[in-house]
Design a protein around this ligand. Structure first.
Ligand SMILES: NC(=O)c1ccc[n+]([C@@H]2O[C@H](COP(=O)([O-])OP(=O)(O)OC[C@H]3O[C@@H](n4cnc5c(N)ncnc54)[C@H](O)[C@@H]3O)[C@@H](O)[C@H]2O)c1
Length: 253
């Protein structure tokens, strides 16, 4: 069990990639706090994990809301007394509303950036003081290749937020390296999660996305959980500031 005795916060744990990672962290011995604004799926995941004997809890959280993040971190400390891992994963993609710059409303820009960039910043801001007191920790941000390349021309706000998150990863890695707080980012490819229903519900589009991936299949939560575990655990003890592709080879071509 590679996270035995560790306390992990997983944001966006109710569905998709976060749900797989939260369950894997629990199976690896971590006490898991699932932080999400989707209470129905989050509670259902936690009940499932608890029924298997794992120490997991759900804290309803809106990561864009400073008070909500602070309460979630306080609840984690009250329950567990420490925080070893922050899996900064919650995010939104507003298909049909996130548009090329001249068509994009300021409200949608703000809404996306508030969740996808301000949210991970707030979670880090309130978690890091406790990692500093403990003498270390691991933060894993979930980025996107849209933050590196202009590969989603309609998603101006989403891409810009993910680019900011990559920068946040590197600046925090540099700032806290001497304090044994490591900060890395995972860059998923096209994953078959609820976020991508708008793309993948259409069988022709699904086939186009699938065939563009060198490994010939879409990714899913199981594909990412091993990398998340590596970066969360001491096995990556000399890794910080890194971007780790988990995309079936899509950014290699
Ligand atoms: N699916 C992909 O292809 C893909 C690709 C690259 C990056 N990503 C990133 O991976 C992460 C996980 O995405 P996913 O595909 O699992 O999507 P998803 O929609 O299945 O899961 C996102 C989760 O975040 C939660 N969430 C959204 N806004 C929140 C908020 N303000 N506060 C708290 N929780 C909130 C949702 O309720 C949901 O449970 C996201 O950051 C996403 O941008 C996904």
């Amino acid at each position: 069990m590679r996270l035995f005795g560790k306390v992990s916060i997983v944001t966006g744990a109710s569905t998709g990639l976060g749900a797989s990672v939260a369950a894997r962290f629990a199976r690896e011995g971590s006490m898991v706090v699932a932080a999400d604004r989707n209470e129905i799926d989050g509670v259902s995941l936690i009940e499932h994990l608890q029924s298997q004997g794992y120490d997991a809890s759900f804290v309803r959280t809106d990561i864009a809301d400073e008070h909500s993040v602070k309460s979630m971190v306080d609840a984690t400390l009250t329950r567990h007394g420490r925080i070893d891992v922050l899996f900064n994963n919650a995010g939104i993609l507003l298909a049909g509303q996130d548009l090329p710059a001249h068509e994009l409303s300021t409200e949608i820009w703000d809404a996306v950036l508030n969740v996808n960039l301000r949210g991970p910043f707030l979670c880090a801001k309130y978690t890091i003081p406790h990692m500093l007191n403990q003498g270390g920790g691991s933060i894993v941000n979930v980025g996107s290749r849209t933050g590196l390349f202009g590969c989603a021309p309609k998603l101006t706000a989403y891409s810009s937020g993910k680019a900011g998150l990559i920068s946040l990863t590197r600046v925090m890695a540099a700032a806290y390296a001497r304090h044994n707080i490591r900060v890395n980012a995972i860059i998923p490819g096209t994953m078959d999660t609820p976020m991508n229903n708008y793309l993948l519900a259409d069988s022709l589009a699904r086939e186009q996305y699938r065939s563009a991936i060198p490994m010939g299949r879409l990714g899913n939560g199981e594909d990412i959980e091993g990398l998340a575990l590596f970066l969360a655990s001491g096995e990556s003890k000399y890794c910080t500031g890194g971007l780790y592709m988990c995309d079936g080879g899509v950014t290699a071509v």
